[in-house]
Write a protein that binds this ligand. Structure first.
Ligand SMILES: Nc1ncnc2c1ncn2[C@@H]1O[C@H](COP(=O)(O)OP(=O)(O)OP(=O)(O)O)[C@@H](O)[C@H]1O
Ligand SMILES: [Mg+2]
Length: 283
């Protein structure tokens, strides 16, 4: 994302605070979620290791966003418990960064003000917040864009700004809900590659929701496949492709095609009685 020479100050922005080897571990135990009388998530169990990169795929409506929002402390858990490190999630934790599909940038604030916002809101002094925000902006390759407004940015740049805002808080855990779905296919591959690089250097625990099987295999240590009606985990698949990875090296790997087929078959079977729209093996 950033030029090599720019990185030294920026490295600090992405450096995870987590020296405790368990602090970024996520455990979802016996999770149930209803909306009205509809059971949306049924007895979901999921364990994610400290610094693991997990992608979640599943049919539209199976509860991926709902699960991410519960992990983020943004949605109530009706039954069961989610812990991050030693903390039980009951509200948003300061060590968790969130990136959503539609960027979530405030249009009336500049890039630097958007990125500083969660830092200032959590009581970081303004000068320090600005320095950390500048470093995060540099880290995602948006150096020179501090004073631009979201309307002046391309989709890819907006997504980078959203990522910078999540990284500036130096999270132990980063939760991403279809972050690249709103950009064109070429930009998406560039962003995937940049995320691979960035994550290779800083390694937060990452939970990344996507509809793209290719994207999941490219990024993840493990792909969690969810089923629908009600939402639950149907299979967890370890991705044995070594790191460092590039988009091209993943596609060339001998395990790539069989993994893609396995995940696609799981989704097809699960989708046959439900909504099949949205999950695309060809994305
Ligand atoms: N605030 C809400 N009130 C009522 N129902 C909701 C609410 N949020 C989500 N739902 C329902 O819960 C189910 C799961 O929604 P969710 O957004 O988590 O699915 P998803 O897997 O993220 O889908 P997609 O892939 O389309 O983003 C859906 O049936 C949805 O209609
Ligand atoms: Mg969703």
């Amino acid at each position: 994302m950033a030029e090599q020479g720019d990185l030294r100050a920026a490295e600090r922005a992405g450096a995870s605070a987590g020296d405790d080897p368990g602090s970024g571990a996520i455990h979802c135990r016996d999770i149930y979620k209803w909306f009205g009388s509809s059971l949306i998530i049924n007895n979901l169990q999921l364990d994610i290791a400290h610094k693991e990169f997990v992608c979640i795929v599943g049919p539209s409506g199976c509860g991926k966003t709902t699960l991410l929002r519960m992990i983020a402390g943004l949605a109530e858990i009706d039954s069961g418990e989610i812990t991050i490190g030693k903390q039980v999630v009951t509200k948003p934790l300061p060590t968790v960064g969130v990136v959503f599909q539609h960027f979530g940038l405030f249009p009336w604030k500049t890039v630097i003000k958007n990125v500083m916002l969660p830092l200032v809101a959590s009581g970081v002094p303004k000068a320090e917040a600005r320095a950390r925000a500048e470093a995060a902006i540099e880290l995602v390759g948006l150096k020179g864009c501090n004073d631009l407004y979201p309307a002046q940015l391309s989709g890819g740049m907006k997504q980078r700004a959203g990522l910078a805002r999540a990284l500036a808080i130096q999270p132990e855990v980063i939760l991403l809900d279809e972050p690249f779905a709103a950009v064109d296919a070429q930009t998406r591959e560039v962003l995937q590659e940049e995320l691979l690089n960035l994550w290779g250097r800083h390694k937060q625990t990452a939970v990344f929701v996507t509809h793209s099987i290719d994207e999941a295999i490219t990024l993840a240590d493990r792909v969690v496949v969810m089923g629908v009606n009600p939402g639950r985990v149907v299979k967890e698949i370890t991705i044995p492709i070594p790191r460092p990875r590039t988009v091209a090296s993943v596609r060339r790997h001998e395990q790539y095609a069989p993994l893609r087929e396995e995940i696609w078959d799981l989704l097809r079977v699960r989708d046959s009685r439900a909504d099949t729209k949205g999950t695309n093996a060809n994305e």
